[in-house]
Design a protein around this ligand. Structure first.
Ligand SMILES: NC(=O)C1=CN([C@@H]2O[C@H](COP(=O)(O)OP(=O)(O)OC[C@H]3O[C@@H](n4cnc5c(N)ncnc54)[C@H](O)[C@@H]3O)[C@@H](O)[C@H]2O)C=CC1
Ligand SMILES: O=C([O-])CC(=O)C(=O)O
Length: 347
């Protein structure tokens, strides 16, 4: 009896432990590595000593990016993933998905769904076989639909560990800290503004009422600040005039989230980042961006909405209606694809 219980406990511990990345020796795959975000992001990852191997995958230009990055005098080994996605993902600890079409002026993020959904589906499907225990960090837009899509694919394969699936909405936190810091004359590095909701227009809800240090913005100034954060991506798309969307600040933001996840995986405590994840904090929406406590095996605690003022509550109620539709669009696509693939395998 005692031995059986000891064995059960040992098996459970082994399972929990093998779910986590090995401390300080992470293998990371970047998909879309030759793109506008992929290149600067791979550069930043190459500078992180806790990443021992960086596997780069794209439909084009990978050998050049690998050759270039491999001249940097850090121990991180940079390798070309080759055309076989499954081989690229094999046994990595983390998959960073930055592949897909960016916006052009006049487009909404939702307009990217048709093209980018197939990419997210293919990568996630490959992950279920090649690296089912890996962290999955999705950058590809529209983020509000891509995380539900990926989670459906992982769920169908019985490989969903929602604690390890992150929609990278960190750029909203980065922008909020920068813009609020400028407005209150504080170093943006010392400013924290929690973000809830999603990652598109009105679904991005910066909780200025909880800014730390406090931001005494009211009336028109407050409304302008909220709009500035929500529309920041569109401003970059306009400024780049057809040459893509935000890439450099995005690469920085993704590296911030990735490094936080890896530091937490290696045992560092009290690391909090906002991200768009599978969530049960509000029954109305199955996926939500909110502040998260990170731990050894991914999300340790979801802080949910926390205290919000009347204006923020109203914004959240409006955002929920948009989010519900975005989530449904991602799930519907995944279910149709799963059904199609099951029919094909029976033929
Ligand atoms: N989450 C966020 O806050 C942000 C998300 N984004 C999104 O990130 C995505 C990438 O943006 P950029 O790097 O600027 O675009 P980009 O066009 O410069 O790069 C995308 C790369 O993906 C590659 N690619 C396309 N299909 C692929 C496939 N099936 N397998 C492997 N690689 C593939 C392309 O060859 C290209 O190199 C876009 O969807 C964009 O909207 C952009 C900024 C912020
Ligand atoms: O606006 C875009 O298309 C890219 C993006 O998500 C952002 O910059 O926040």
């Amino acid at each position: 009896m005692f031995l059986t219980s000891l064995f059960r406990k040992a098996t459970h511990l082994k399972r929990c432990y093998s779910d986590c990345a090995k401390p300080g020796a992470h293998k990371v795959a970047v998909i879309g590595a030759a793109g506008g975000i992929g290149q600067p992001l791979s550069l930043l990852l190459k500078l992180n000593p806790s990443i021992v191997e960086l596997r780069l995958h794209d439909l084009k230009d990978v050998p050049g990016v690998v050759a270039d990055l491999s001249h940097i005098e850090t121990a991180t080994k940079v390798v070309a993933g080759g055309s076989d996605l499954g081989a690229t993902l094999k046994d990595v600890d983390m998959i960073v998905l930055a592949a897909g079409l960016p916006r052009k002026p006049g487009m909404k993020r939702e307009d990217l769904f048709k093209t980018n959904a197939q990419i997210v589906y293919d990568v996630t499907k490959s992950m279920t076989k090649a690296a089912p225990d890996a962290y999955l960090i999705i950058i590809t837009n529209p983020l509000n639909s891509m995380i539900p899509l990926a989670c459906e694919v992982l769920k169908e394969a019985n490989k969903l560990n929602a604690r390890k699936v992150f929609g990278c909405s960190t750029l909203d936190s980065v922008r909020a800290a920068t813009f609020v810091g400028e407005a209150i004359c504080k170093d943006p590095k010392t400013v924290d503004v929690p973000i809830i909701g999603g990652h598109s227009g009105n679904t991005i809800i910066p909780l200025i009422s909880r800014s730390n240090p406090p931001a005494c913005l009211e009336g028109d100034d407050l409304q302008k600040m909220i709009k500035k954060i929500q529309e920041a991506g569109t401003e970059v798309v306009k400024a780049k005039a057809g040459k893509g969307s935000c890439t450099l600040a995005m690469a920085y933001a993704a590296s911030r989230l990735i490094f936080s996840i890896l530091r937490a995986a290696d045992g560092e405590k009290e690391i909090v980042e906002s991200a768009y994840v599978k969530s049960d904090v509000m029954p109305e929406v199955k996926y939500l961006a909110s502040p998260l406590l990170l731990g050894k095996c991914g999300i340790e605690k979801n802080f949910g909405l926390g205290k919000v003022d009347e204006c923020e509550k109203k914004m959240f109620c409006e955002a929920m209606e948009i989010l519900k539709k975005d989530i449904e669009m991602g799930e519907k696509f995944a279910k149709a694809k799963i059904c199609e693939s099951q029919k094909n395998s029976k033929k």
